[in-house]
Design a protein around this ligand. Structure first.
Ligand SMILES: [Zn+2]
Length: 555
């Protein structure tokens, strides 16, 4: 439907232009000039891109890129002047045409296109698309942008709100959601829960398409895997059904937005003490240390939170696969690039861009396995595009690696979920102790550093980096704490690892050593344990201050 509307919009634009041209010869002449200029701008943009690729430079470092860029800038200026000249002419032409009729014609066509009879979409969804389209169109007029067609491959989403029939505010309870019927709750209803499987399934009946009466609605039954139980007392605000393509099938996801009532914050006097959490990943034997935890419990040794071995080895397996694929794709790239360059596609070929991105890579960029996969996928469909030699090489690669590519893709997704669950479990265990939680504030500069070096890391190090998503764990802890009403504070991380937790001497000489002796009192420190211990002590002092002055002052 979107594409129909875009087509109507374009048609209407042309009709307006034709009418203006017919009304004013001056406008028509200037407009021709303007069109020619737009075409040369497109060509100039192409030339600039070409120069950048061949010189391997993004910024205007080389004289060629510089001059191409200057030429483009000149053209832009010209176009700006020309459109200023056009304005009064357009206004003049607008005075002579029948604006009302043109608008009316466009509006009527849109109205027809949006009607349920013509578009076959559920009415509220159609209205929503139309509303989105109108907003986008207004914006396009304002920014002088073009409205684009969207290719539709069957993926998309359907959004709904949850509310009681006679209530103005959104939100229903989990129980209401599970028992709601179509009568009170149009579009979507839970039929029951199937507990016979390992993960329970929610039986859902949903309206796919249809009009105002029940007779012309299309219903569908869904079996939804109940991944995460709804927390008690939650309010379901709205939901989204997402449809994605998996091979030649569709996969549906139901995502609910819920409101969990925030528990009242437990006062310091009712807490069990403090807990310092130093989040920071470090290699530890075959696994990864995710955080070091120190409590005020003297008998309890510092707790080291480590990623499960199974998770680490699964991850390493994927990364090994990835680099295997990368090597193979690099070799393929080396083999086919000269052949592809000798067999160029015409500019207007639908896959010209893909060909360009494979064949005309700058010399320092190797062919990625994602791109190789995409290229091979297309050649599978149109194997006669290139001479046999190229096709044979690509197919050999495809036969050996396409399954591995899909395997990587699926495993990678699963690992993100596993990591999230692992972090949630860690957070839950920490919060369950009902102690004041002390965390370090995020130090963004540290992330920038690790990110730059990413490509130089070994496979093992990459696996460890994946497991140490610092901010994700921090957020998991904060969320769990908010839910349970356990307070947390964030402190400046400047000196937590450099201060001696025994005598509070600041050891400025300390760099990245894992173990160190305090020059003042001689205590031997483990860097992470010391940091966690300092955090715990800061929390203790914080509680003392609060209790003494009975107001929140952070030292
Ligand atoms: Zn000391």
């Amino acid at each position: 439907m979107w594409n129909t509307l875009v087509a109507l919009h374009r048609e209407s634009r042309e009709n307006w232009d034709d009418a203006r041209r017919a009304a004013s010869i001056h406008y028509s002449e200037k407009m021709d000039e303007f069109d020619t200029l737009q075409r040369s701008i497109t060509l100039q943009k192409k030339a600039l891109r070409q120069a950048r690729m061949e010189d391997g430079s993004k910024t205007g470092e080389t004289p060629r890129v510089k001059s191409e860029y200057a030429a483009l800038k000149r053209l832009f200026q010209e176009s700006k002047n020309l459109s200023a000249d056009l304005k009064p002419l357009r206004k003049d032409a607008d005075g002579k045409i029948d604006k009302k009729a043109l608008k009316e014609a466009y509006r009527n066509k849109c109205k027809q296109a949006v009607s349920v009879k013509n578009c076959g979409i559920y009415r509220r969804t159609a209205d929503q698309i139309h509303a989105n389209f109108r907003t986008a169109r207004d914006k396009a007029f304002k920014d002088n942008a073009t409205m684009r067609f969207h290719p539709f491959d069957g993926t998309g989403y359907f959004q709904f709100r949850c509310g009681r029939r006679d209530s103005k505010t959104d939100g229903i309870t989990g129980d209401e959601f599970m028992t709601a019927s179509f009568r009170g709750f149009m579009g979507f209803a839970v039929q029951g829960i199937d507990n016979s499987k390992k993960k329970p399934r929610i039986r859902v009946k949903a309206v796919l398409t249809g009009g105002a009466t029940k007779a012309n609605k299309v219903f569908h039954d869904f079996d939804w895997i109940y991944h995460r139980p709804l927390p008690p007392d939650c309010q379901i605000q709205n939901g989204k059904i997402l449809r994605a393509r998996v091979g030649d099938k569709f996969k549906y996801d139901l995502v609910l937005t819920i409101n969990v009532p925030v528990s009242e914050v437990i006062p310091p006097s009712k807490l069990n003490g403090t807990i310092g959490i130093d989040i920071g990943f470090r290699r530890s034997g075959d696994t990864v240390l995710v955080a070091t935890v120190m409590t005020d419990d003297a008998v309890q040794p510092p707790l080291e939170v480590k990623a499960p071995l199974k998770m680490v080895s699964a991850l390493e397996h994927v990364i090994d696969l990835q680099s295997e694929l990368d090597h193979a794709a690099t070799d393929l790239g080396k083999a086919i690039t000269p052949l592809l360059l000798a067999n160029p596609l015409p500019d207007d070929h639908p896959k010209f861009k893909l060909w360009q991105s494979v064949a005309k890579r700058p010399s320092f960029v190797t062919l990625s396995y994602e791109k190789a996969y995409k290229f091979a996928l297309w050649l599978n469909r149109e194997p006669d595009t290139f001479p046999k030699e190229i096709t044979r090489k690509v197919f050999t690669w495809w036969r050996s690696y396409s399954r591995k590519y899909r395997e990587i893709h699926n495993r990678r997704k699963k690992q993100l979920t596993h990591r999230k669950h692992f972090y949630r479990q860690v957070a839950y265990d920490l919060v369950a102790q009902r102690k004041l939680i002390v965390l370090e504030k995020i130090d963004l500069s540290r992330f920038a550093e690790t990110k730059d070096k990413d490509t130089k890391l070994s496979n093992k190090a990459r696996a460890q980096r994946f497991l140490g998503a610092v901010s994700e764990l921090r957020d998991a802890i904060k969320n769990a704490a908010d839910r349970e009403g356990v307070p947390y504070i964030e402190v400046n991380p400047a000196y937590t690892s450099k201060t001696c937790s025994a005598c509070r001497h600041l050891n400025k000489e300390l760099k990245a050593e894992k173990k160190w002796d305090c020059p003042k009192c001689g205590v031997v420190h483990d860097r992470d344990v010391n940091a966690a211990s300092n955090l715990q002590q800061m929390g203790k002092r914080y509680i003392e201050t609060v209790e003494k002055e009975n107001k929140k002052v952070l030292e």
